[in-house]
Design a protein around this ligand. Structure first.
Ligand code: NCD
Length: 305
């Protein structure tokens, strides 16, 4: 494996499978009443969050602690960042403190890439702007694999605000590496112009694609990144691209429903679909801890090339 995890494209098929298999092993630890392993004792993991986060931040912290690493949580609010300190100066401070890994979430696409040039430790991208979120893609793949078996030839449909979604981009790359066939479904205004070069199909017709899917991943409509009108109204969006009870009924019986969270219930996904037994949304959160343990273990404690 490479020293940093910045893009899902950093992972070869073997790397990705190693992470998933390691997570399978570590999942057993999470089932025990004492959830701790001594593996990363004496190592320091810094969580550097410039953007809001619930699941990702908590799960990186839980993952590092379950491996006995020392964890430093840094959030831009309440730090010298609000006094205008640059990412570089913050990075040099972390470097001086001897961080073995820096987990970074940042509003600017490319921030983790820059950070990696300033620190000696491993950099893990926990979401950068609209660019990538590789550990989310890994936990999604882990969830799909545990529900559906090997991903080769599986048909995965990703629906919604692809334009602003780092989750979609990382998922397309990783799922392609793992041999799955991905179809993106979105209104044309919510697809990036570069989508033609992505290793996936594109459709504007959710109802045509749904019956063939093994997994349907709904994306949040990212209102905070929208300064224009991308669709006529929330109602119109849900009517064409929302997953409601009727659409769920048209999916294959074993197909699963996924969402990275946070959800706009009633917009991209109906509450009853989100809470249905077909939904893996809560499972995805639990798997997030396991996958992040596997990533930290392999970057810091395991065998590296
Ligand atoms: C996503 C993110 O922040 O990129 N959430 C997550 O990490 N679980 C998706 C989103 O914000 O919609």
């Amino acid at each position: 494996m490479k020293r940093h995890l910045i893009s899902a494209a950093d992972l070869t098929r073997d790397d990705a499978l190693l992470i998933l298999d390691t997570a399978d092993e570590l999942a057993r630890v999470s089932e025990r009443s004492i959830k701790k392993l001594p593996t990363l004792r004496g190592r320091t993991v810094v969580n550097l969050f410039y953007e809001d986060s619930t699941r990702t931040r908590i799960s990186f912290e839980a993952a590092a602690k379950r491996l006995s690493a020392d964890v430093i949580n840094f959030s831009a609010k309440g730090s010298s960042v609000s006094k205008g300190e640059s990412l570089k100066d913050t990075a040099l401070t972390l470097q001086a403190m001897g961080a073995d890994a820096v987990v970074i979430r940042h509003g600017a696409s490319g921030a983790p890439h820059r950070l990696a040039t300033w620190v000696d430790g491993s950099v893990v991208n926990a979401g950068d702007g609209t660019h990538e979120h590789p550990t989310q893609a890994l936990l999604d793949a882990f969830t799909m694999r545990s529900r559906l078996g090997a991903l080769d030839g599986r048909r995965i449909t990703i629906v919604g605000d692809v334009l602003h979604s780092r989750v979609a981009r990382s998922n397309v790359l990783l799922l392609h590496t793992l041999g799955a066939e991905v179809t993106l479904v979105a209104p044309p205004t919510l697809l990036p112009v570069t989508v033609q070069s992505w290793p996936c199909e594109v459709s504007y017709d959710l109802d045509a694609v749904l019956p063939k899917a093994d997994a349907v991943m709904m994306l949040r409509v990212q209102k905070e990144r929208m300064n224009d009108a991308y669709f006529p109204s929330a109602r119109e969006y849900s009517r064409r691209y929302g997953l409601d009870r009727d659409r769920l009924a048209r999916m294959s019986e074993d197909a699963i429903v996924m969402h990275p969270g946070p959800m706009n219930r009633g917009m991209e996904i109906a509450a009853e679909v989100a809470d249905s037994p077909r939904s893996t949304i809560v499972e995805q959160v639990a798997n997030g801890v396991t996958i992040r343990m596997a990533v930290l273990y392999l970057l810091l404690g395991g065998e590296t090339q």
